[in-house]
Design a binder for this molecule. Structure first.
Ligand SMILES: [Mg+2]
Length: 266
């Protein structure tokens, strides 16, 4: 497993499967760990300078059908990539902006009890390096800078949930634990996007890097589309960006083979 991962991150990325033509595709992309590299804290990420232009070109080729599907709040996604995505699903779908400059729609979901946030604050304070990220419908404890704290944080959060009615769940993320309302996941976000223009009627292509993306990958495949886990197909976010740039620059509309110049084409 570790060896396989090493090979992948060393650049031995697989050939992504054939994609639908631009005219019938909808591209839905995770942000952190997919388009941009992780940083020690969520605020410290850097958007590579060429990425916005690549995404804008793809959006144009896709008739606007480009969305970002992230665990971050919509406002953060839009601040990192201003004016880029037609739609943004934030907080794993608990907040959705469906049109450019449109309102952020929030399904009726519970907010976590104040006592849980107090407990999360105490946990962050007790483990130096642990960061509490508040969201409207939940919160995240990031332990990227304190990896040894992971199991203790998990157990403490699980204990909070165990004493409550089942309205929230504890989800693993990339070196983080997240508490969020049950029923919110990126698969549901993908399906919600596919119900509205310009995504409706198109074949979804989803790319994401972590466990929270598996729901969207499954939903994309169930909708007759393509779902790609970064670790299986790309050499990290840089590999995804190169693949997207190749597609954006490709002369014809078919996206499937442009990212793999070293392999035979049909
Ligand atoms: Mg990610």
């Amino acid at each position: 497993m570790a060896r396989q991962k090493e090979e992948k991150t060393a650049g031995a990325a697989a050939t992504p499967p054939s994609l639908p033509p631009f005219a019938s595709a909808a591209l839905m992309l995770d942000l952190d760990g997919t388009l941009i590299d992780f940083a020690p804290t969520p605020d410290a990420v850097v958007v590579p300078p060429a990425l916005p232009q690549t995404l804008l070109r793809l959006r144009a080729r896709l008739g606007g059908a480009l969305a970002i599907v992230s665990g971050r709040p919509v406002e953060q996604v839009d601040a990192l990539l201003p004016g880029i995505a037609t739609a943004v699903a934030g907080e794993h779908g608990a907040a959705m902006r469906l049109v450019p400059d449109g309102p952020i729609l929030r399904p009726d979901l519970p907010e976590p009890p104040r006592s849980w946030l107090d407990a999360a604050e105490r946990l962050a304070g007790a483990h130096p390096g642990v960061l509490l990220e508040r969201k409207r419908r939940g919160f995240v404890l990031h332990f990227r800078r304190a990896p040894a704290a992971g199991p203790a944080l998990h157990d403490a959060l699980a204990a909070l949930l165990a004493g409550s009615e089942r309205r929230f769940e504890l989800m693993p993320a990339e070196l983080a634990w997240e508490i969020r309302p049950i029923g919110v996941d990126k698969g549901a976000a993908l399906r919600a996007l596919l119900a509205v223009p310009p995504f409706a009627g198109r074949t979804p292509v989803y790319v994401g890097d972590d466990v929270t993306d598996r729901d969207a990958i499954a939903a994309a495949i169930a909708a007759g589309g393509v779902g790609l886990l970064v670790g299986d197909w790309f050499a990290g976010p840089a590999g995804v960006r190169a693949w997207l740039a190749a597609m954006a620059a490709a002369p014809d509309g078919r996206a499937g083979s442009q990212g793999t110049p070293d392999r035979d084409r049909e």
